[in-house]
Design a protein around this ligand. Structure first.
Ligand code: C2E
Ligand code: MG
Ligand code: MG
Ligand code: MG
Length: 281
């Protein structure tokens, strides 16, 4: 046993730790380079309004086109970027790219929709609304085209500070939504204190609809609470017609998920938007 040989267990432990650290440093320096080399790319996933069947929004989701590993999903580098602080530079790139693309769509005369950008807790500083205002101005992008998705972890920080940042974002005309709603530890009283427009029901609840009674109850309760608070509500991770039927019945405003479309490159999203426009027009 390791316990009979403390030196060995220490050796194992530090070897593991070294491997973990080396892996993290490898990813971090790779990501730094990726930012400079233009290896990051945004995919877009449409959000459908249930009542009208129209695309009313899209979520920008970052991917890393790694020269040897191919398309790397955000789960493999965003959490690391969050702990090292590199998320700030990644976030700057994402906002810039999303606004540039939205401005192209705005100028092309496409039907307006809100493009949502994910913002990590570490990016949620007083510098954020300044950067958002500056980026909107530079691309002459109407603020109604932009939305920021934050998670409950962002709300857990200093209340006054977070509220001030949110207020400034709202004053710009940019909407805020609460992502992965129901999975964090924030108290519900936050909902009446923060200026938030939309609740996004987490995929882990959508997933259990319609078979899991608890998930149905939670999703249904979030929807009716949103309605009573005057908030919009969207379900993420909608994959089946049964889930859509349940959400429609419960009064959910919007859906996003593989049932409609996976996140796709800009040109594919644009085609999807034009087709949707023709169909419902
Ligand atoms: P999220 O913001 O909750 O994004 C939703 C995730 O669910 C996306 O994963 C999306 O592809 C996936 N998804 C959507 N519909 C379905 C479905 O029907 N079934 C299944 N199985 N999955 C679905 P993705 O693109 O891998 O992103 C994962 C997470 O990475 C995001 O979760 C977000 O937290 C983070 N992320 C992505 N892009 C950015 C970014 O630009 N900045 C920051 N800070 N975080 C980002
Ligand atoms: Mg999101
Ligand atoms: Mg989410
Ligand atoms: Mg998530």
């Amino acid at each position: 046993q390791d316990e009979s040989n403390p030196d060995r267990s220490v050796a194992f432990y530090s070897q593991d730790m070294n491997q973990g650290m080396q892996e993290r440093m490898r990813i971090e320096s790779g990501l730094r380079q990726a930012l400079g080399n233009g290896e990051l790319i945004l995919y877009y996933q449409p959000k459908f309004e249930i009542g009208s069947d129209r695309i009313v929004g899209a979520e920008a989701l970052v991917r890393w086109m790694h020269p040897t590993r191919g398309l790397v999903p955000p789960s493999e580098f965003i959490p690391l970027a969050e702990t090292t602080g590199l998320i700030v530079q990644v976030g700057e790139w994402v906002l810039e790219q999303a606004c540039a693309q939205a401005a192209i769509w705005q100028r092309a005369g496409l039907p307006p929709f809100r493009l949502a950008v994910n913002v990590s807790a570490r990016e949620f500083t007083p510098a954020l609304p300044v950067r958002v205002a500056e980026t909107l101005a530079r691309y002459q992008l109407d603020p109604s085209w932009l939305e920021l998705e934050i998670t409950e972890s962002t709300l857990m920080h200093d209340f006054e500070r977070v509220t001030a940042i949110m207020d400034r974002i709202n004053q710009l005309g940019v909407a805020l939504s609460l992502d992965d709603f129901g999975t964090g530890y924030s108290s519900l009283s936050y909902l009446k204190r923060f200026p938030i427009h939309t609740l996004k029901i987490d995929r882990s609840f959508t997933c259990g609809i319609p078979d899991d009674a608890s998930d149905c109850a939670i999703a249904g309760t979030i929807i009716s609470m949103a309605q009573q608070l005057g908030l919009r509500v969207i379900a993420e991770g909608v994959e089946t017609l049964e889930q859509l039927a349940f959400l429609r019945e419960a009064g959910c405003d919007e859906v996003q998920g593989y049932l409609y479309s996976k996140p796709v490159p800009a040109l594919d999203f644009e085609r999807c938007l034009r087709e949707n426009w023709l169909l419902v027009a």
